[in-house]
Design a protein around this ligand. Structure first.
Ligand SMILES: O=P(O)(O)OC[C@H]1O[C@H](OP(=O)(O)OP(=O)(O)O)[C@H](O)[C@@H]1O
Ligand SMILES: O=c1cc[nH]c(=O)[nH]1
Ligand SMILES: [Mg+2]
Length: 215
């Protein structure tokens, strides 16, 4: 049994970008740009255990030991729609990664997640997976996504979120308490609580709507 690791990244640039994202007056173009920048900072921490292989590089002066990203290729999985706003930031830091897609939407009445699209390799044996979803609220969406990846054989799973609620983190810890696979959540902050509509407080509102408009 491996306990889930939770990391709230403590860095002034992370806090600064998150503050602007939270601001109700931040417009969509600025929100999109900052979300991408923030993900790059979170990705730096989220990929701390990414597999590398030793190599040698020739400098202008001599050979030097180095490392390169190793196979099997990591898989990045944005959860549509809002997770798409995190994809470019993540793949910039992880250029060898392949990308799978999960379309999920939360029923705003029941707060249960429904999966409407799955485009992932059938076999994820030996693969390190990075799930992108800006908001970890009740945790229902992320729990369903992680379950699907583990069911296909993922070797370890890291969720990268902009914000997490304590209720959602607890949900994930309980859902995967018996797992033998390393699970990690990396987030810019853990907020206070969920409101009666399942929104993170103080949060930043509806991440998908702020990135792409109200549907
Ligand atoms: O932790 P949970 O309670 O499951 O809620 C979080 C989910 O809700 C939001 O997506 P939404 O359903 O609004 O879809 P969208 O990305 O299309 O806006 C968010 O992007 C997460 O995927
Ligand atoms: O606070 C929340 C909760 C769920 N989905 C969001 O986009 N924001
Ligand atoms: Mg939404």
């Amino acid at each position: 049994m491996i306990p889930m690791k939770i990391l709230a990244v403590d860095h002034p640039l992370v806090a600064h970008k998150l503050t602007v994202l939270r601001d109700v007056n931040t417009d969509s173009p600025t929100f999109r740009r900052l979300a991408e920048e923030l993900v790059m900072l979170l990705a730096y921490e989220a990929t701390r255990d990414v597999r590398v292989a030793e190599t040698t590089v020739r400098t202008p002066l001599a050979d030097a030991p180095g490392v390169q990203l190793a196979g099997p290729k990591p898989l990045v999985v944005p959860i549509l729609r809002a997770g798409l706003g995190m994809l470019d930031g993540m793949t910039r830091l992880l250029p060898t990664a392949e990308v799978g897609f999960l379309g999920m939407v939360r029923d705003e009445g029941t707060l249960l997640a429904e999966t409407y699209a799955t485009r992932l390799p059938e076999d994820l044996s030996g693969r390190q997976c990075y799930v992108l979803d800006p908001m970890l609220a009740t945790g229902g969406t992320l729990a369903a996504a992680v379950k699907l990846l583990l069911g296909r054989g993922a070797t370890d799973v890291t969720a990268v979120c902009l914000l997490a609620a304590p209720e959602g983190l607890k949900h994930l810890e309980e859902a995967f308490a018996g797992t033998q696979v390393p699970l990690r959540v990396v987030t810019a902050a853990i907020d206070s609580h969920l409101n009666e509509k399942g929104f993170i407080v103080p949060g930043l509102g509806d991440a998908g709507d702020r990135l792409y408009g109200v549907v």
